[in-house]
Structures are given as C-alpha cells and as structure tokens.
Design a protein around this ligand. Structure first.
Ligand code: SF4
Length: 360
C-alpha cells in the first residue's frame, strides 16, 4: 500500500532527522487513531531523540465524565434500558461501570450505531431507552440525524459529544507542556474542515498540520511541521488532502447545528472547557435524557485512586510512567478510561507492550 511503503517511510524519516534542530521539540496529536499508527508502526523509534510526539485528549470514550456514567448506572438500576457502544460499558464511573450495573440486573445493551438504538426502541415500545451519545465531531452527525428524524418517544439521548479544537486550546494553556506543533486529526477534519484550526497559527503562532492515519501520513505531517519551524513560520497546512477540504462536510455541519447547541462541557479529569460540548436544542428537549430524568452535572470521581489518566490525556506523561501500568491496571482489568477504549493511549501501549512490538 502506497502510504505504508517502508522504503519511502525510511526516506521521509531521513529527511526528518536531517531537518530536526538540535534543541528539543514536542509535537502533539489529538487522536486515538494517530496514537495507534505511531505506536503500531514504531514511528517514535524513527525520530531523532530531540523530537517527541505526545498524545492529547483524542479518545472520546476516555474523556467521558464519570458523572454521566453514574447517571446511566442509576437509570439502569431503576429499569431504564441503556444503549451505547461496546467500549463505553467498561468505563469506570465513580463507583460502578455500566458493565457492573448489567451484572446487577440492569438492562445495558451494546449497539453498533445510533440507528440500532432507534430500531430497538421502536421494537420495544413498552420500555424506556436511553442512548449514550459519545464521540467527537465524527460521530455527532449520526446522532443529530436520528434526532432530526423523529425517533420514538420512548428513546432519549444522553448527549456527551465533545469538540476537538477547544481541547487543543486547553493544551496550549498548560504552561509547562511546551508544544511546538499540532498534528490535527484527519477524521474530525473531514467533518469540520480546515477553518476551525486557523486560530492556532493566527492567535498562538502554532504550526498546525492536518494528517491522515497511515504511517506515511503521520511522517509527512511531522516533516511539514519541521519545515515550518525551520523557516520560522506558523501556518495551517493539510497533509490529508485526499479527504479534508477547507470547508469540510457542510451537510454534516448543518445537521449538527440543526440538532445541537455548543456549550461548555466537562472532560474526564480535565474539568469544564468552554464551547467544547454539544447539547440538544430546546425544540428537541423531549429527547433529552438530562431533562427527562433530571440529570444534574454533579461532581463525580473521574479518576480512581492512583490513576493518572488526566496526565496521560494531556500528553504530560506516557503510560509506563504510571506506576499502575500493566501491574494493577491492564486491558483485562482497567483502572482508568485510558485503558478501556481501543483509542485510549494506555490501552494502545498495553496491547503493543504485550507483543513487545514497536514500542520506543
Ligand atoms: S495505566 Fe491505568 S491507572 Fe495508569 S493512567 Fe493509564 S488507565 Fe490510569
């Protein structure tokens, strides 16, 4: 495959090593799939020692606040049927996960998409269902489409969609993180386009490159960032031209804005970020599980004792720096959300640590 050609990858890595300055640089991506590619293909091992790539909060399941899980656990134990994606049911709440609630007799079901949730609710009109809508700008259009399509009244939505650019801004506000360039996520960018990232070069003078998910995409993205730095530039560039346009997917953006308002939102372990969440518009309030079940945004225990997910999610540490990594916390017995989801940094590193393959 063209974007996995090992000879070309070695040539790009050579260019990177030649262009890298002698001082330390740190590039940050915000995408679980980028972390998987970087870890799986051993990209960090191809980079010079002076160049580090860190992972930001790019795993949608990992940033889901414990308060939402707690609310769903409580509803499940009261007889409401909870529908969500596979990874989510193992995410810890303050006390219990949805899997624990299921073990105690709660009706918690895994669905592959929101349309399955709609079908299920139609098939069982005597039951009340809540669909837990998790994900970034990539999954929000599917939720919006179903909300706009008049789903059955026995289905409501606990919307926990989050937006990526505000999380990137949060990282820039963390003084001792010292990010020198952003690798922006390809999937999210296919929906939102390039425009929302303008703020990073314009307001923060931060070189930003949107990159795809193949190993050569990531290597080219890193090379493009280095070129900007060598020239003293801070620009927004697009490596993923085969999928991402300036405007993005206008239709998907319109669907999102028809169904949702943008509001502040709590990110697990990171606190409340302004303009970082989607909430259902007033006209769809009958589908809003927060209203229907009077769910308050209450303080909750986002991190179990010893878990350092909040530092993992901002790239401050790498998984082996957590004392629990692969000891008290494993993919089979996760202590934190970062070890649960296939897009979580701890889970990705754990799976590769298990094979001994390609870890730096
Ligand atoms: S290894 Fe486990 S306990 Fe440590 S930060 Fe990751 S998820 Fe939390």
């Amino acid at each position: 495959m063209r974007f996995r050609d090992p000879r070309l990858a070695r040539r790009v890595a050579d260019r990177i090593r030649k262009l890298a300055p002698p001082y330390q640089l740190r590039f940050c991506h915000v995408c679980g799939t980028h972390e998987w590619t970087i870890t799986h293909y051993g990209i960090r091992s191809l980079l010079p020692e002076t160049l580090d790539v860190i992972a930001g909060p790019g795993c949608p399941v990992c940033v889901t606040p414990a308060s939402d899980i707690d609310a769903l656990v409580s509803l499940a134990l009261q007889g409401v049927s909870i529908l969500t994606f596979g990874d989510v049911i193992r995410v810890p709440g303050s006390e219990m996960s949805l899997q624990d609630a299921k073990a105690q007799g709660g009706d918690v079901r895994v669905v592959y998409g929101v349309s399955d949730a709609v079908k299920m609710a139609r098939r069982e009109p005597e039951r009340d269902f809540v669909f837990f809508a998790v994900g970034f700008e990539t999954t929000a259009p599917s939720t919006a489409l179903e909300v706009l399509g008049r789903p059955p009244e026995n289905l409501s939505f606990l919307v926990a969609h989050r937006l990526i650019p505000p999380a990137m801004e949060l990282l820039l506000g963390i003084g001792d993180l010292h990010i020198d360039g952003f690798i922006a996520p390809g999937h999210v960018s296919t929906v939102i386009g390039m425009k929302p990232y303008r703020i990073f070069p314009e307001a923060y003078r931060m070189p930003t490159v949107i990159a795809g998910f193949e190993p050569l995409d990531v290597l080219f993205g890193i090379l493009m960032l280095l070129r900007q730095i060598r020239r003293g530039e801070a620009k927004l560039e697009n490596e993923y031209v085969r999928s991402v346009s300036w405007e993005g997917n206008i239709k998907a953006q319109r669907i999102i804005s028809d169904a949702f308002n943008v509001s502040s939102g709590h990110w697990r372990g990171l606190g409340r970020l302004p303009s970082s969440a989607l909430t259902l518009k007033e006209k769809f309030s009958r589908y809003d599980a927060r209203r229907k079940y009077n769910i308050k945004d209450e303080a909750s225990r986002d991190l179990l004792p010893g878990c350092l997910c909040h530092l993992i999610m901002i790239g401050k540490i790498k998984p082996p720096e957590c004392p629990l990594f692969m000891k008290a916390c494993t993919p089979q017995s996760p202590r934190g959300a970062c070890m649960v989801s296939s897009e979580g940094t701890c889970s990705i590193w754990a799976k590769h640590a298990a094979t001994g393959k390609h870890l730096p």
